[in-house]
Design a binder for this molecule. Structure first.
Ligand SMILES: NC(=O)c1ccc[n+]([C@@H]2O[C@H](COP(=O)([O-])OP(=O)(O)OC[C@H]3O[C@@H](n4cnc5c(N)ncnc54)[C@H](O)[C@@H]3O)[C@@H](O)[C@H]2O)c1
Length: 316
């Protein structure tokens, strides 16, 4: 596969993928139909690369090399010519994706893998009629993929195993850890996990059991501390002397009684949202959100650096 990547759509996710591919040595072509979008993305990428250097996640030399691998493409066919990987990051609208994917399949090299970043659209919905549909799939990152390792690969029913395996190899080459879904399903894996957790959080607040802030405490000062280096199954495996089976035997009744006392489903946009929003605005004024996003990104970088160092010194 040629190590040329076409980034199609250069908003939040497209530009983050561009960093990811360029850092790993790929030549990256950026295309976006909106006027000035590619130039804006390249300018933002400059700042983001500098942030990575400042936070010890990239050497100054690697930064210059990555920057030199980025090139704007004036049209879709220029972006796609000779590309081995196409990463589509257009807005999350089905009709737009269907139309765009017809073009991607028509213009891309027959050997190229076509991947969508879509958060929620099933790949079968926009690849069904394509002659090259077996080389199409979803490669869904969390934002930003140059910091967050997990990527989920979701096939359509007709995606070939060869495509999936090639995609897995490419993602691992970028340093990602991969969730390879056996078949497509709404929300893929990570958003299904997230949905279950957020739904329970909404229920707890709606039922007046705890406040919105206390939900956040339970995660950031509680569960997520372990979950950020060991998932719930590994946590269970280590929480009973005999491992996961022992854990389930000991604690299954706890989970059974929780599930048997399920709270009613709240309307996410109803009074519970008023309460959560009021709690958040007490902590953070709306006009301070952008500033706080910078804080979040810096915290994320510090955590990524720590995880890397801990993997090296303590082990995975
Ligand atoms: N934002 C996230 O946290 C996140 C996370 C994972 C996946 N995604 C997915 O990534 C995709 C892009 O999301 P985003 O947040 O980067 O959106 P965005 O609005 O920041 O960027 C979308 C870009 O696509 C461009 N565009 C519009 N029409 C296009 C076309 N026909 N062809 C190519 N590009 C076109 C726009 O000009 C814009 O620059 C969506 O499918 C979204 O679900 C987003």
């Amino acid at each position: 596969m040629s190590e040329v990547c076409a980034i199609v759509g250069c908003g939040l996710i497209g530009r983050a993928w561009a960093i990811d591919f360029a850092r790993a040595g790929w030549q990256v072509r950026l295309f976006d139909p909106a006027e000035g979008a590619v130039e804006a993305a390249l300018a933002t990428i400059e700042t983001l690369l500098a942030d990575l250097v400042d936070n010890g996640l990239l050497s100054p030399e690697a930064r210059s090399e990555a920057a030199a691998r980025l090139e704007p493409a004036a049209s879709l066919d220029v972006a796609l010519a000779g590309a081995g990987w196409v990463q589509e990051n257009a807005p999350e609208r089905l009709e737009l994706k269907r139309e765009l994917w017809r073009e991607l399949d028509r213009l891309a090299d027959p050997e190229a893998v076509l991947a969508s970043s879509t958060s929620a659209l099933l790949p079968s919905r926009f690849t069904e009629d394509l002659p090259g549909r077996e080389r199409c799939l979803v490669a869904h990152p969390l934002n930003p993929p140059y910091l967050i390792r997990a990527v989920e690969l979701c096939p359509a029913p007709w995606t070939s195993m060869e495509t999936l395996l090639r995609a897995e190899t490419v993602m691992r080459g970028l340093g990602h850890s991969v969730i390879r879904l056996a078949r497509e399903i709404e929300g893929f894996v990570m958003n299904r996990l997230q949905a279950a957790l957020v739904e329970e959080a909404m229920k707890l607040v709606a039922a007046g059991i705890c406040t919105a802030e206390e939900v956040d405490i339970g995660l950031k000062d509680g569960l997520a501390l372990r979950w950020c280096f060991a998932g719930p199954f590994e946590v269970g495996d280590l929480n009973a002397p005999g491992g996961i089976r022992d854990y389930v035997t000991r604690y299954r009744s706890v989970f059974d009684s929780v599930l048997a006392s399920a709270l009613p489903r709240p309307d996410w946009t109803g009074p519970v949202l008023d309460e959560i929003e009021a709690s958040r605005r007490l902590r953070l004024l709306a006009e301070e959100i952008a500033h706080r996003q910078r804080w979040r990104d810096r915290r994320l970088m510090a955590l990524v650096r720590h995880k890397k160092e801990a993997s090296e010194t303590i082990g995975d």
